[in-house]
Ligand binder design. Sequence first.
Ligand SMILES: NC(=O)c1ccc[n+]([C@@H]2O[C@H](COP(=O)([O-])OP(=O)(O)OC[C@H]3O[C@@H](n4cnc5c(N)ncnc54)[C@H](OP(=O)(O)O)[C@@H]3O)[C@@H](O)[C@H]2O)c1
Length: 285
Amino acid sequence: MGNEMRIVTKGSKDHYIFTDVVEVEGQETTILDITNLDSIRKIVSEKDIKAIVNCAAWTNVDGAEAPEKYELVELLNAKAPENLAIAMKEVNGLLIHISTDYVFGGDPYNTPCKEDQKGTPTGVYGLTKLHGEQAIQNTGVDYLIFRTAWLYSEFGKNFVKTMLNLTATKPQLKVVFDQVGTPTYAYDLAAAIFDIVENRKYIGNTGIYHYSNEGVCSWFDFTKMIAEYSGQTTCNIQPCHSDEFPSPVKRPAFSVLDKTKVKDTFGIKVPYWTDSLRKCMSNMK
Ligand SMILES: NC(=O)c1ccc[n+]([C@@H]2O[C@H](COP(=O)([O-])OP(=O)(O)OC[C@H]3O[C@@H](n4cnc5c(N)ncnc54)[C@H](OP(=O)(O)O)[C@@H]3O)[C@@H](O)[C@H]2O)c1
């Protein structure tokens, strides 16, 4: 997500700086550990920061379930966003934060989730992300929280890259069809955030918003499209149930996000998921 923000903000009338906890190869990076409030305050003051877009998090959903990791996951997903919110509140700035569809899933439902729906996370990742949202709200900062889902891009490790590799190397593959949501090309979300910041559309419109690509699919359908667009025909891809893959965490069976609010408020056009998948795979090439 952070790498896509680098791309969309090129040519902005604003000045963006990009931070990470470690040096990013080949990219200009300011080192910042967002678990350290004083370090955030220092950069905000030195660089006269007016807004922060927080793309950092603990994102390993299975790994978050290890009891010895809980403190670290909570630190990254709840305390660190609170730090950013405190630092922005002190300078009357804006915090833009990315959250997840995994704040939902504990209650069985089959209609798209709205922003004001009660959070019902099924695991530690979703729970700590929900804590992060609440911590930001409690500081009183001006904030935009975008809950997104099933993010992929040409950068880093993600489902599209994993399935490109597996469908090219395995004769057969089973993928779950009983978890339904919407994939999101991180570029699309980054472009939407950039539009909102560049054109100051956030003024008077702070709050929580849902943003994924349009449409609905299962991980099985997603994989079938990845194989089709890559021209991969040798792998036999079959649907299966989640219980065929032992996992430390129960994932939401249905976590489709209702995007009415983000489209109505900001006049954003959201691309259909297969169109964006095709675009990302073409960019990967
Ligand atoms: N991936 C998904 O499917 C998905 C779905 C819904 C929502 N989201 C949310 O979308 C956002 C972006 O996700 P992503 O997939 O782009 O995440 P990602 O690829 O895992 O990137 C997270 C980044 O945070 C950095 N980071 C870790 N600890 C840090 C610290 N103490 N200070 C500063 N930076 C730190 C990581 O650095 P290192 O790599 O060096 O550790 C990494 O660059 C997250 O908020 C995530 O919860 C993701």
